[in-house]
Design a protein around this ligand. Sequence first.
Ligand SMILES: C[S@@+](CC[C@H](N)C(=O)[O-])C[C@H]1O[C@@H](n2cnc3c(N)ncnc32)[C@H](O)[C@@H]1O
Ligand SMILES: [Zn+2]
Length: 389
Amino acid sequence: MSEPPHYCEGAALVETGDGFFRPASRPARDSGVLLARTLAAAGPDRPVRVLDGLAGCGIRALRYGLEGGATAVWANDADPDRLPLLERNLARLPVAVERQMSTSTAQQLLAGCLVEGRRFELVDLDAFGCPAALVPLALEAVAFGGVLYLASTDGRSATGHDRRAAVRRFGAAARAHPASWEIALRLQLGLLARTAWAMGRGLTPLLSFSEGRAFRTAVRLARHPAAGEEAQLGLVAHCHGCGDQQVQSLLRLGRWRPCTCPGAASGEGPALAVSGPLWIGPLQDPGTLAAMLQQAEEGGGAHLDRPGRRLLQRLQDDPAVTPRCWPVDAIGRHLGQGPPPLAQLVAALRAEGFATAASGVMAGQLRSEAPWPVIVATARGLVATKAAR
Ligand SMILES: C[S@@+](CC[C@H](N)C(=O)[O-])C[C@H]1O[C@@H](n2cnc3c(N)ncnc32)[C@H](O)[C@@H]1O
Ligand SMILES: [Zn+2]
């Protein structure tokens, strides 16, 4: 009989079986492993217990044990046909790593953890569709100081294509926006924050990214909210007419400033498209990203391939302190001519004193705290200077 096909990733060798498996999701798996390693690096005697709630073939659970420094892994997948595969794959775990496998639904699994008082330093939920229903129980399963690493493939409701579903799932308005992945990640973080706060807990986003198909956020759970954490929930407004964007915290909610459209000052401009409540604070934690990259550099066993490294470096370069993002092409449309190179625009706006970066979340986008008319004028100036040369 011929051997079933095997797949190699990092230190893991697995059979992927007939069920869902995407080699292209490797950067997400590498990131999870490096998150676990940063937890393991916090102290030699600290346990790193990992719950992989939608484990598929178990590749993540195996990599957490082989590379992430996990002391215990629990791999669960609701498909009972996957259990023999999970058992074969996790047989490759080091003997010292405690292991458990199950075929519950994630809801049953997490409810069981709550009943039994089980907590994990890392809970990884790589969900199909929208994981909103899992969030309260998932947060209950995270130890204080631990991490919830959550994926959603529900792009429609979070990017403004199904507004009713966004209200049902996020309790929020989701409108079409030029930085749609960014808004989707912020809606997910907003839901996580509101749920954590309702439980009396606090959270810090550690990393947030997407390739347009899955929306992935990792947050660190704290016993209590940090001072001022509630100010990070707010609304984002976008004018489809002039392109202006505004942000308000729910704590200081007031009137929207008139946008730059003709008639806006007298209330006759186009209506703003408002999304939220959503997370308006930083999407990334530069300290955690630096620690993850350092773990990968140190060669202590955690693998990070080139696309994964580029992703983490991109996120590190843009902590995403403001949600205001524009595609450079959209800036070009407002200029009525080709836009300046993104790097030049970033440098020019920084030189003017505005916090600005190339978005780490969506390629070809500018993130800036500069007023929209300043952004357009700066871009116009750069284009004119080039034309005059
Ligand atoms: C996105 S795949 C997991 C892929 C895996 N994490 C990886 O990196 O290769 C989602 C898995 O969740 C399982 N699943 C679907 N609904 C579930 C539920 N409610 N509870 C637990 N597992 C579920 C599916 O059988 C599928 O294997
Ligand atoms: Zn306008």
